[in-house]
Design a binder for this molecule. Sequence first.
Ligand code: SAH
Length: 253
Amino acid sequence: MKPEVLLSRIRVVLCRPSHPGNIGAAARAMKTMGLSDLRLVNPKQFPDPEADTRATGAVDLLDNAKITATLAEALADSVFAVAVSARQRDLGPAVGTPRETMARLLEAAQQGVVALVFGNETMGLSNEEVLQCQAAVTIPTNPDFSSLNLGAAVQVLCYECRMAAFSGAAPLSSQGATPFVSPPATHDEIEGLYGHLETLMTDTGFFNPQQPGRLMPKLRRLFGRAGLEKDEINILRGILASTQVRTGHGRKG
Ligand code: SAH
């Protein structure tokens, strides 16, 4: 697949950005590296002249940017999402370096839309947002001053994407060589599995929603590592459904 096509499949998602100027800077950073798919989750102020000014020649990306109320909507059709975070979290997927993680992202882009998920300028990403991603990345920095400006963080990762796309490196996995392989599950399908698991575990008493602890984050991390395929989701949900029937916990109607 051509590097330009792979880059066109990378979606940049900005969660709750506060400053329109940073949205413009992100658009410019993307366009210089050949990316174009920008999504804004609940931007505080957009559209805005400050965004247009900072975007300069990349106003077309702002015009085409889609706005959603939730991260789940922004990721619905994606097959792989990376949380871009300045801080190490105790919950969420293992954190990789930009170089190795962007190589994984490009590999997943051969299968469909992939996403880089950035956080708010002051708060960063919420735990709930991080838990919707299958991988996480932190840009190595001066440990005494580790927080980049949002637009600068977008620039660094888009650059790494471009380098990975044009490196000509062989794809990490050999396409089509694995028997029984099915297309990767989408974000929507994976969230459907988590919802199903949570319902069944609540019904059987294994999971107490009043005291959730770390069960769901741990399961998300487990399945995030696995890189679920559509067929695998169907199998797992089939097992869950059969258990519900046996235990009388099947959904009525
Ligand atoms: N104070 C916030 C930082 C927000 S900076 C916090 O502690 O999380 C805004 C966004 O830019 C972050 O959510 C992240 O997506 C990105 N960013 C900033 N510095 C980064 C770094 N060193 N590595 C990865 N992402 C970074």
